[in-house]
Design a protein around this ligand. Structure first.
Ligand code: NAX
Ligand code: ADP
Ligand code: K
Length: 537
């Protein structure tokens, strides 16, 4: 797993590295050399480097120096003369570079900048880095718009200029990078909010050779889960299993209004590997589910006048639930008094539980000011996984704004920290999904925007339930198993987008692609471990 840091922790890391004997000036040299190396890969003849007032610009000046010494023609654009650059380290390298064989352009007009962009094969964006916050000021607002209008090949240094590296927020404009070369460790803003839209391909220059020795001394905002990290869950089934030893899932879901959610979740759980899946649904919708899923038994449960779980549902569901390796509760069940009772009843049982969709909305409704105010409601010994999307998560914590990865992690941490249990994981679902446990925040691979389609969350909940049932007795770290399920869901999104087209994917397409998605994940894991060449199976 690869750490992702907040900008504050990056500053702490730089201080620690300095104490270990590598100064910030040396780090800037290493950063500039790394940028130059990444630019050289693109084999440019003519490079344009845009620099700002701070140390991000310093990295750009060093890269200009290195590239020009390799015989590449380099133009450098700066807002002020090198001597007037306020950041000390950047001023030093700017003065040095200005004395070399580079062409300097101080405060060019928009037309001059357009002309420079026209002759460049590669543009290096070293305008603003982690020091940027707030609204873009001139001249950078104009520069950024001019670069984006020209749409050249852009390599951004550390972060695309205009992106707030703390939050991933873009207020005005932001450089649209083809590649972002980030320094020391990726910043959380690269994954949050608008970040993924602007970053392009992300490359990290660790710069410091003893990074392994110091990275543990700073707090990690999150960790990226790589294919090799989930390889344990991609093994073949052992030959001597039966349908029960493969793990069983009870899907407590559906209503007359939304029978489809129960169908998608149950089928996904079976496709994800559970040997036995059963649905407990309000009686009036049980037959629709039976017809759609001939391989899956459906138990009709007492219901209310709207066809949702009724007053007697709790005991019927809880009696059944005790027999299963794992219970998934929520998809399509609506928010009803009976549903609330079912969710609270399941929390009291000693069975691994996934609460999704309306089960979470029921919990939110049962609490005042957020469930984190009453952790005894969901604190339990057996594993509990909650899978809210941002809006559900906001309701769970009493209405705090949850609008991007950073705010979603904050909200999810409130929930898990209030309970303080190792067995509790909140999956904060969004364009980038965070798997938040009491000690770790993991970022499994994201899927394509095709996954933003109604019912896609039901499929994820099913994949998670099937995976939990299959692997329940082999889990050391719940966050990792959950990350596996999220990654498989992402791969179904890519496979479906390939087959049906990015915009045409619907949630039911994802279900039959769970098996192929596991193959894709397996190939990717083996390739990253050097055990598979080329395209794989
Ligand atoms: N300090 C270190 O040890 C290292 C720093 N590095 C680089 O240094 C960068 C951070 O440098 P700085 O802290 O100097 O910050 P930046 O270079 O990111 O930007 C700070 C400057 O941007 C301008 N600015 C801020 N907000 C603005 C706004 N809203 N509109 C227009 N201009 C605005 C200000 O003039 C400020 O001086 C990193 O992103 C990275 O590229 C790397 O060289 C690695 C080592
Ligand atoms: N823009 C996006 N890019 C990638 N994945 C996304 C995007 N938007 C949503 N997703 C994923 O799609 C799923 C949607 O889940 P959810 O909102 O619960 O759907 P539903 O309630 O309709 O079943 C989540 O797994 C989420 O991470
Ligand atoms: K930048």
């Amino acid at each position: 797993m690869k750490p992702v840091l907040s900008t504050d922790e990056v500053v702490r890391l730089e201080d620690i590295i300095e104490k270990e004997g590598t100064s910030k000036a040396e780090l800037m040299e290493l950063a500039g050399e790394f940028v130059a190396q990444e630019v050289e890969r693109l084999k440019p003849r003519h490079v344009l480097i845009l620099t700002g007032f701070g140390n991000n610009g310093g990295d750009g000046w060093v890269a200009a120096d290195v590239l020009s010494q390799k015989g590449i023609s380099v133009d450098v654009v700066t807002p002020v003369e090198p001597d007037e650059i306020p950041a000390v380290l950047a001023r030093h390298v700017a003065r040095r570079t200005a004395a070399r064989d580079v062409s300097l352009y101080v405060g060019p007009s928009r037309d001059e900048l357009s002309a420079l962009l026209e002759k460049a094969d590669v543009v290096v964006d070293a305008i603003l880095g982690t020091g940027f916050h707030g609204s873009l000021r001139s001249p950078f607002s104009i520069w950024i718009r001019t670069v984006n209008d020209a749409s050249p090949v852009v390599v951004s240094v550390d972060v695309p200029s205009g992106l707030d590296a703390r939050t991933g927020h873009v207020e005005d404009d932001c450089i649209r990078a083809d590649r972002t070369v980030t320094m020391l460790a990726p910043k959380i803003g690269l994954y949050s909010g608008d970040g993924p839209e602007y970053v392009g391909e992300l490359v990290c220059g660790e710069l410091y050779e003893k990074m392994d020795e110091v990275i543990g001394d700073v707090e990690h905002a999150a960790e990226i889960v790589e294919p090799a990290d989930i390889v344990d869950y991609l093994q073949h089934l052992p030959a001597n299993v039966d349908k029960y030893s493969r793990g069983s899932v009870l899907v407590v879901a559906g209503s007359t209004q939304y029978p489809g959610a129960a169908i998608m979740a149950a089928k996904s759980a079976a496709r994800a590997g559970a040997g036995y899946v059963c649905v407990a649904a309000p009686e009036p919708c049980a037959n629709i589910i039976r017809l759609a899923l001939p391989s899956i038994p459906v138990v009709g449960i007492p219901y209310d006048s709207r066809g949702s779980f009724g007053a007697a549902a709790r005991s019927a569901v809880c009696d059944l639930a005790k027999k299963y390796s794992c219970v998934l509760c929520g998809p399509g069940m609506t928010v009803s008094a009976g549903g609330m009772d079912v969710a609270l009843g399941l929390l009291e049982l000693d069975v691994p539980l996934i609460l999704d969709a309306d089960a979470l909305n029921c919990l939110a409704k049962a609490s005042i000011g957020g469930i984190d105010q009453t952790p005894e409601m969901y604190r339990r010994e057996a594993p509990l996984i909650m899978t809210p999307h941002y809006r559900e998560l906001s309701r769970l914590v009493g209405g705090d704004e949850v609008s991007d990865l950073v705010s979603a992690i904050d909200a999810a941490q409130k929930i898990v920290w209030a309970a303080g249990s190792d067995n509790l994981v909140v999956v904060a679902k969004g364009p980038t999904t965070a798997v938040v446990g009491v000690e770790k925040v993991l970022l499994p691979m994201s899927g394509p925007a095709s996954l933003a389609t109604a019912g896609s969350g039901d499929v994820l909940a099913g994949i998670l339930a099937g995976s939990m049932a299959l692997w329940a007795d082999q889990v050391d770290i719940w966050e990792l198993l959950v990350s596996y399920a999220v990654a498989i869901h992402s791969y179904t999104g890519f496979a479906a987008a390939e087959e049906y087209g990015e915009k045409s994917v619907i949630a039911t397409d994802l279900i039959d692609l769970i098996g192929p998605a596991m193959h894709l994940a397996g190939d990717e894991a083996l390739r990253s471990l050097g055990l598979l060449d080329g395209e794989g199976a």
